[in-house]
Design a protein around this ligand. Structure first.
Ligand SMILES: C[S@@+](CC[C@H](N)C(=O)[O-])C[C@H]1O[C@@H](n2cnc3c(N)ncnc32)[C@H](O)[C@@H]1O
Length: 283
């Protein structure tokens, strides 16, 4: 019995043919992603009902993962779309894809690195930069920010996180910033952002990355408090601004709250980019 459904297999072969000729484009990809997500769910249902065994499930998942990974190699697909595909791969297949030294169980960041270098790489080497990250988890994004943007003398990243997602999260964070060689540039403040951010000085920070709670009111609060921390010309980035592909997998999008916040601040910022994440510069 075939593991993948008949319609999916037919489309699958067609997509591979299109990729082989280099003709897959941004319009094709959302259809493929929807079909891949539905098929993954169908596989799970089949597995739970006993219709598909462990090996069949693993095989089906590998086929779908192979298809999605192929998309990320296509020259005809935009970086933003590849980013979306990458996020889906990370979300659905991530344990196999964590390749950094250190103790990581999740990767929510590596697909942004090239994009961030393009947009924020000019910060690297500037002395005395001050940055804040709301939501650090195991330090993956924090290490990247410290090692790629805050490389100038005296630069510093304040990481705000309650570290209560799992037993040992903070130990892994501490370990990871040590092995990445950036522990001296990072100050950890354990707690929720609404408790910690009011303790920081206003108009004092060059860069704030918000990737903490995705509850609407928390995002609004983070946005308002982060805005106050930023000095003029400072950069504010929100993760999970668009999060429509897999809404059931890790909660909700920051989009509605961020959009409301941006509407209130019209004219007071320059929009740097707006896709999976949104970034702005304070005027
Ligand atoms: C998606 S993870 C952050 C991932 C990290 N930025 C990275 O890319 O490696 C979200 C983190 O936000 C933290 N968090 C949740 N609610 C928070 C809050 N109210 N204030 C600060 N951090 C919060 C969680 O503990 C978790 O570690």
């Amino acid at each position: 019995m075939a593991v993948l459904s008949e319609p999916f297999r037919a489309s699958y072969l067609e997509w591979f043919r299109t990729m082989r000729t280099g003709d897959l484009d941004d319009v094709d990809v959302p259809v493929m992603l929807d079909a891949a997500v539905t098929e993954l769910e169908t596989l799970q249902v089949g597995h739970r009902s006993g219709r598909i065994g462990e090996a069949g499930l693993a095989y089906g998942r590998e086929q779908i993962r192979g298809l999605l990974e192929q998309v990320t190699t296509q020259g005809s697909v935009s970086a933003v779309t590849k980013n979306r595909v990458g996020r889906l791969i990370m979300d659905r297949f991530q344990p196999e894809l964590l390749d950094l030294p250190g103790r990581y169980t999740q990767d929510w960041f590596s697909y942004h690195e090239a994009h961030w270098l393009d947009h924020f790489g000019q910060l690297a080497g500037r002395p005395g930069l001050q940055a804040v990250e709301v939501g650090s988890y195991e330090g993956r994004s924090a290490c990247w920010i410290a090692n790629h943007l805050l490389t100038g003398a005296g630069s510093r990243l304040i990481c705000v996180d309650p570290f209560d997602q799992y037993e040992g999260q903070e130990r892994n964070f501490d370990h990871n910033i040590r092995v990445a060689g950036c522990a001296d540039a990072i100050v950890t403040l354990r707690g929720r952002s609404h408790q910690v951010l009011p303790l920081l000085p206003e108009d004092a920070f060059d860069f704030v990355y918000v990737d903490g709670s995705h509850q609407i009111l928390d995002v609004l609060q983070d946005a308002a408090m982060s805005w106050r921390l930023l000095r003029s010309d400072g950069i504010l980035v929100f993760d999970d601004y668009e999060h429509t592909l897999f809404p059931d997998s890790f909660g909700m999008s920051a989009g509605p709250a961020v959009r409301a916040f941006l509407a209130l601040l019209a004219g007071q910022y320059e929009l740097l980019f707006e896709d999976w994440q949104v970034a702005l510069r304070k005027r």
